[in-house]
Write a protein of this length. Structure first.
Length: 362
């Protein structure tokens, strides 16, 4: 999209290199505003594989172009993933949330732990389940003292097989966002079904240091940043609409002869220079609306009642200065971006009103 915009600017009139660079910088700045950012995040220092959970979630929510399949799948409009920062202490986990905006509302927070295959045990007695408890650490150096930790979640977990276990820890994460110093991490314990001690515990979870990237402990936050698409079709772009470009005279004349309809508009993130931090999609088709809205407006032009009246007033010259209706999007779809943030955490964010679904005369 930006490449197309810059090309049209170049066709409209000659510009100096400094002017072209300034316009490109301004265009990129405004595009970042659309995506709710001040600056683009830097690409990861080295190749980094995104968590499979986040990739699967993106594929569930969006098609290959990032267009939302069903707007009701996500809770809120942002999903953030954080990997454990302890890198060693078994059953102790720490997640740094500094990259999250203060204005984001936390809807749900989940601790994802990968359950390893159970250890073989000696003797005739074998448990089929064990109790896993997740605590919020209140006293970093003395979590086992009275008042040193707070229970967040507990349940029986099968000792058969391996796989992901998910624990809801929403209130603890809300506490951390209100007071960063209160984030002393999480403690996980494994006990017998009745709370008895198991030494060594038959159940272990993958750690960030000793196991494959795809099995690392992870905190997943479902949040809402308060952004919502406006009712006006083009309100998603700062200033209310995309800049009007003056193309060649013959092209403009041809556009007026063609009926209002939807046309492709490619947005290529590599061309813009964002491919280093955006994981998916590599680009998308935003589409745009172009064409005339001549009198009389047919149903195929999907006119509003206001547009129909305006068309009649214009055709009959009943009032001076009244133009014919405009060809604009009358249905807009959201897109989803999967990307690395400033701290190299993977984020899935949904943006409203980014793809013209259909066009009409308004």
């Amino acid at each position: 999209m930006l490449g197309t915009v810059l090309l049209l600017l170049a066709l409209a009139k000659p510009v100096s290199p400094d002017s072209a660079a300034s316009r490109r910088a301004e265009a990129l700045k405004r595009l970042l505003e659309v995506f709710g950012m001040e600056d683009p995040p830097p690409p990861p220092a080295q190749f980094k594989q995104p968590p499979q959970y986040m990739v699967d979630l993106f594929n569930t929510v969006a098609n290959a172009d990032g267009v939302t399949k069903n707007p009701d799948i996500l809770e809120g409009n942002t999903v953030r993933s954080f990997l454990d920062k302890t890198h060693g202490e078994k059953m102790r986990f720490l997640f740094v949330l500094s990259s999250m905006a203060k204005t984001e509302k936390i809807l749900t927070a989940e601790l994802h732990l990968f359950r390893l295959w159970p250890r073989a045990t000696n003797g005739p007695k074998r448990h089929h389940f064990c109790q896993v408890s997740v605590y919020q650490v209140l006293e970093k150096n003395e979590p086992d003292t009275p008042g040193g930790k707070k229970l967040l979640a507990a349940r029986l977990v099968s000792l058969q097989g391996s796989g992901w276990e998910v624990f809801a820890i929403t209130q603890a994460v809300r506490d951390w966002t209100e007071d960063e110093s209160s984030n002393q991490g999480l403690l996980v314990t494994v006990q017998g079904p009745g709370g008895s001690s198991l030494d060594p515990p038959p159940l272990q979870f993958a750690s960030g240091r000793d196991h494959h990237e795809s099995k690392k402990p992870m905190l997943v936050l479902f949040t809402d940043d308060g952004r919502r698409g406006a009712s006006l079709p083009m309100a998603g772009f700062p200033g209310g609409s995309l800049p009007k470009m003056a193309g060649p005279r013959s092209t403009r004349s041809l556009d007026r002869l063609q009926p209002c309809q939807r046309h492709p508009l490619s947005v290529d993130f590599e061309e813009i220079g964002w491919s280093g931090w955006i994981i998916s999609p590599r680009g998308y088709n935003a589409y745009h609306c172009k064409g005339s809205c001549p009198f009389p407006l047919g149903e195929n032009m999907r006119p509003t009642n206001h547009a129909t009246v305006q068309s009649i007033i214009n055709a009959l010259k009943l009032s001076e200065g009244v133009s014919s209706p405009c060809c604009v999007p009358d249905k807009l779809y959201s897109i989803n971006l999967l990307y690395f943030d400033d701290d190299e955490n993977v984020v899935l964010k949904q943006y409203d009103d980014m793809v013209a679904g259909s066009c009409g005369c308004h």
